[in-house]
Design a protein around this ligand. Structure first.
Ligand code: HH2
Length: 266
């Protein structure tokens, strides 16, 4: 596999398809595998470089699902898209990642940065797939209770540096890794904004950065509106302008258009 920065030029859009009843923004929308697959195909037509398929919600307060349940949700969707759509699997479980990689997924997106399943690092290493390591303080069930940092940008960067070292020690080449500050995962609105503002601290680790601000509740706190599209696009453009490479989004077309213009100006 070529280095991740060559496969995903800046900016690239990652479309999100959550095959869950309870995801915070698209929960229940894509439970029918045919509907989920059609949404993923549409995202690629609209300019997504990759589509992230998730079978477990990580919204604040969520408790997690069993391996069997997660496989039941994602495998029918992966089967329909295999060989047709560039796929990422949003999972922390080795067996779900393995099932996705067998069906042609090229990226494993682990919001726990290889901390939950001791077998996941080996599965990724053996496959040669790309890997996204994301920062989270606490766990989804409790992470928004009282997030605290002395210096959020430095702490997130040193956490991700450590997880990258762990991945490399397990045989995952550094050039296959991207890093994600984990917007909304154990962070206040001010923390999320500071992470984007000071993205240079994360970029100093030398890896491409992925940012997922799309439809997150901080945007609602800022605008007071339930329509989060404009706010999501603005956050993605702000992250791109500060150096993010991959933007993880639910509404692909408006993000692709906005990022195309922002990149033309840059
Ligand atoms: N955010 C969510 C899920 N996975 N992965 C990465 N790398 N970065 C993120 O910011 C990120 C992520 C949460 O958003 P969503 O998928 O819309 O909701 P849910 O977790 O409830 O399915």
């Amino acid at each position: 596999m070529i280095p991740i920065e060559e496969r995903f030029l800046r900016p690239s859009v990652m479309g999100v398809v959550n095959v869950t009843p309870d995801s915070f923004s698209d929960g229940g929308l894509h439970l029918d595998p045919d509907v989920a697959a059609a949404a993923a195909r549409r995202m690629v037509e609209d300019g997504a470089a990759i589509v992230d398929i998730g079978g477990e919600s990580t919204r604040p307060g969520s408790a997690g699902v069993s391996v069997e349940e997660e496989l039941q949700r994602v495998v029918p969707v992966l089967d329909r898209l295999c060989g047709e759509v560039p796929l990422s699997i949003d999972t922390s479980k080795a067996s779900v990642a393995r099932a996705a990689l067998e069906r042609g997924a090229i990226l494993v997106n682990d919001v726990t940065a290889l901390r939950s399943d001791p077998e996941l690092a080996d599965v990724v290493a053996a496959s040669g797939a790309y890997l996204c390591l994301m920062h989270m303080q606490g766990e989804p069930r409790t992470m928004q209770e009282e997030p605290r940092y002395d210096d959020v940008a430095q702490e997130v960067a040193s956490f991700l540096e450590g997880r990258m070292r762990f991945a490399v020690a397990h045989g995952i080449s550094q050039e296959r890794i991207c890093l994600d500050p984990g917007i909304g995962f154990g962070k206040t609105v001010a923390h999320n904004l500071e992470l984007v503002r000071r993205l240079d601290v994360l970029l100093a680790l030398g890896r491409p950065v992925l940012v997922g601000f799309s439809r997150k509740s901080s945007l609602r706190s800022l605008t007071g509106s339930d329509d989060l599209l404009g706010a999501s696009v603005a956050a993605a453009v702000a992250a791109f302008e500060r150096g993010a490479t991959i933007l993880r989004v639910h509404d692909v077309k408006p993000h692709v258009d906005a990022l195309t213009v922002a990149a033309a100006v840059a």
